[in-house]
Design a protein around this ligand. Structure first.
Ligand SMILES: Cc1cc2nc3c(=O)[nH]c(=O)nc-3n(C[C@H](O)[C@H](O)[C@H](O)COP(=O)(O)OP(=O)(O)OC[C@H]3O[C@@H](n4cnc5c(N)ncnc54)[C@H](O)[C@@H]3O)c2cc1C
Length: 288
């Protein structure tokens, strides 16, 4: 049954819901505007899948039989200043770009290393997104989330399970709202962010559709280094390949297809397992 009172779209082209632009069709996506609508959706369906901007996602081919719940209508945020400690409480769909604009406006420190990650607050919290030695859970104080029964929960950071590129929200419920703690800085934060973005741009293939890092870095090494070591940096199967610029980034050279992408992942995983006895763990989420 379709819940007509909640904004939605049927028969969707999944390439429009992920940054790597791979995938075919989805049956339905809902765009709830508050936690009550999220709760109604969770109670109604048992196959919901939360979506941010899809910068860590790969959809399979054919029709994906999930009820997607997208955060584009959850973009409210509040800023509270307590003696130069700033709390930003942001709904799931607030983008990192918006957080960066707040951080620059008030000259706040703590977010510099995360700037440039294409993410929503909800997706980043689920993934515990991070870069350059920082991660979003360094800044998170509290999370409001809807559980599998559709109830609104409120958890303090020390009650939440998270680790490198993981949080419990990957497996349960929907992140509704997150409170971040930042402090006023005496450094020039806009300048630091500008230089940080230049550094990211010089290392990442941002001119082509991609889903960012394909694999988590195994302990003590880098996935990109291993991919390069087995000769797959720049290697492609038809329109999908490991980037020449950053071996751990898959890039879509035009009309990449899921079947080629999977072949490429399996090839890399087999070669790295054979040569280094390391089983790479996928960071990208494959949805089928
Ligand atoms: C060019 C590029 C650079 C990148 N660089 C980095 C980097 O430096 N560091 C890094 O960590 N990642 C990086 N990524 C990957 C990606 O940006 C992050 O994983 C990001 O956090 C995904 O956010 P999203 O909102 O797009 O989530 P999506 O990709 O839409 O979803 C990711 C996961 O989060 C879940 N999710 C989304 N919203 C919610 C919600 N409201 N509640 C519960 N679960 C939710 C989804 O179900 C899915 O499991 C990069 C990606 C690209 C394309």
């Amino acid at each position: 049954m379709i819940l007509k009172t909640i904004e939605h779209q049927e028969n969707i082209d999944l390439r429009n819901f992920c940054t790597i632009k791979v995938g075919e069709k989805g049956k339905i996506v809902y765009f709830p505007k508050d936690y009550k609508e999220i709760s109604i959706l969770i109670k109604e369906y048992d196959n919901i899948y939360p979506l941010g901007i899809g910068s860590n996602l790969i959809f399979s081919d054919g029709v994906v039989n999930k009820v997607f719940v997208h955060s584009k209508n959850l973009k409210k945020y509040e800023i509270e200043n307590q003696n130069d400690i700033f709390y930003i409480t942001a709904e799931a769909g607030v983008s990192f770009k918006t957080i960066v604009s707040v951080v620059k406006k008030y000259n706040l420190e703590g977010f510099e290393n995360l700037s440039g990650i294409p993410a929503t607050v909800g997706g980043a919290t689920a993934m515990n997104a991070g870069a350059y030695g920082s991660e979003i859970f360094d800044l998170i104080e509290e999370v409001w989330w809807i559980d599998r029964e559709g109830r609104l929960n409120h958890s303090k950071k020390d009650e939440i399970k998270y680790s490198y590129r993981y949080s419990q929200f990957q497996n349960e419920g929907f992140v509704y709202k997150v409170k971040l703690k930042l402090r006023k800085s005496d450094k020039n934060i806009s300048e630091i962010i500008k230089n940080h973005l230049l550094d990211r741009n010089s290392k990442q293939p941002l001119d082509l559709p991609t889903a960012g890092s394909t694999y988590k870095n195994p302990a003590g090494t880098y996935a990109g280094k291993l991919i390069e070591a087995v000769g797959l940096k720049g290697y492609r199967i038809n329109d999908i390949g490991f980037s020449e610029k950053h071996a751990n980034f898959l890039v879509n050279y035009g009309n990449a297809e899921f079947k080629d992408l999977i072949k490429l992942l399996e090839l890399a995983e087999r070669k790295i397992s054979d040569e280094f006895r390391i089983n790479l763990e996928r960071e990208v989420k494959i949805i089928d």
